[in-house]
Design a binder for this molecule. Structure first.
Ligand code: ADP
Ligand code: TRP
Length: 373
């Protein structure tokens, strides 16, 4: 059995012990997972086999929202005690859409605060800024030399951005190559992301295989994406996929009144109060499922089917479940904000550790390519 397959089976075994919802790995392995109140729960048991390396990145391109949380952050936080975790702030990537230095700096800091508040534990995970490991650009260049144009031309994310009128600069086109370098530079095994990143993970795997064909098996580790089926696409207030670029997000943190107002704007239909309500594709139910217990969720489903209650009352329930869910994270956030040097200290420490790992992999690749002896 290859090392990567062995790791996959370990993850499957781990999550089958842990709970009830579903994950999909790119290789179509399903596994079980429970995710209530991450920073309050008991830790799952540690496995004693060789550590699996888990890595993910988030762009500091705006306020974090619940799609980011359930798609990438929460799975990453959950996994941080199950292996060697490397989590970073993709500030080079954010530059494909943001050219405002003070804003990039502020967003980077805010993302770090929020990720830590949500439960990222710097004692377990290496947490760093992408730009503190500039070696990633060298690996991106090396990967570019084996990357067919067609592979990038087919990427939905690039095509979608261009269709939305974003100027197609070279960085936007080469975005998946830098992302592949992010992943491959740390010999990552598992990458927790939302479904929209699946194709980028396929590009990463393709590039790793091409490099291995050219330089020899084992030059790079071929990673797997970890995509949760039940939160693969979190809907936004308008019912479409929640995304910063669609302006339909529900942020993780913000001012209570404003957030409540936003929640009340969630799309519903014009079914009269007394009539049964459609449950299929309901944005209210889709979001409530993320926060409520299974029993409370089923109670709301039954109430939809029976009729007699208006959408306003469901939105109020949704609001309460969301607000309570993030209460411990809000408190932690206040504590972090009260300690001004803490975040930079965490990120600077993380940079040192990340760089150490990265330089080992890069040295191996430099030798194999003939860039150095
Ligand atoms: P956005 O689309 O808002 O710009 P990003 O592209 O920065 O979000 O995504 C950061 C991470 O969050 C990625 O792993 C992505 O897959 C995940 N993610 C973003 N939106 C959603 C969503 N609506 N549902 C599930 N995961 C999501
Ligand atoms: N492209 C990812 C996103 O938009 C961010 C990202 C950059 C990333 N590099 C990565 C995610 C490496 C996982 C692994 O969300």
């Amino acid at each position: 059995m290859t090392k990567s397959r062995f790791n996959l089976l370990r993850v499957v075994a781990l999550f089958s012990m842990a709970g009830t919802s579903l994950f999909t790995l790119i290789s179509q392995v399903d596994t079980q997972y429970e995710f209530r109140n991450p920073i309050l729960e008991k830790k799952p048991p540690r496995l004693h086999a060789a550590p699996m390396r888990i890595l993910t990145g988030l762009q500091p391109s705006g306020k974090l929202h619940i799609g980011n949380f359930f798609g990438a952050m929460e799975p990453a936080i959950r996994l941080q005690s199950q292996g060697d975790a490397y989590y970073f702030i993709a500030n080079y990537h954010a530059m494909t859409s943001l050219h405002d230095g003070p804003a990039l700096l502020a967003n980077t800091h805010e993302l770090a605060v929020d990720f830590l508040a949500c439960g990222l534990d710097p004692g377990k995970a290496v947490f760093f800024r992408q730009s503190d490991v500039p070696e990633v650009n060298e690996l991106a260049w090396i990967l570019s030399t084996v990357c067919p144009m067609g592979l990038l031309e087919r990427c939905h994310s690039f095509k979608d951005k261009v269709a939305k009128g974003i100027a197609a600069n070279h960085a936007l086109f080469a975005y998946p190559v830098l992302m592949a370098a992010d992943i491959l530079l740390y010999d990552s095994n598992l990458v927790p992301v939302g479904k929209d990143q699946k194709q980028h993970l396929e590009v990463t795997r393709d590039l790793a295989v091409k490099v291995n064909e050219a330089l020899g098996e084992g030059a790079l580790t071929v990673p797997d994406a970890l995509i949760r089926d039940d939160t693969a696409v979190v809907p936004g207030v308008d019912g479409q996929k929640m995304s910063k670029s669609y302006g339909n997000t529900i942020p993780l943190f913000g001012e209570e009144k404003q957030l409540r107002k936003l929640m009340m704007k969630i799309v519903s239909d014009s079914t009269p109060v007394e009539d049964p309500k459609p449950t299929e594709n309901s944005t209210i139910l889709g979001l409530y499922k993320l926060f409520a217990s299974e029993a409370d969720y089923q109670t709301m489903v039954q109430s939809f089917l029976q009729g007699g209650a208006g959408y306003g009352s469901y939105k109020t329930q949704l609001w309460e479940s969301y607000w309570n869910y993030f209460a411990p994270m809000r408190q932690r956030r206040e504590e972090i904000l009260a300690d001004p040097g803490y975040v930079d200290e965490v990120l600077n420490q993380g940079a040192l550790r990340a760089r150490e790992t990265a330089s080992k992999v890069l040295t191996r690749i430099r030798k194999a390519t003939g860039l150095s002896r």
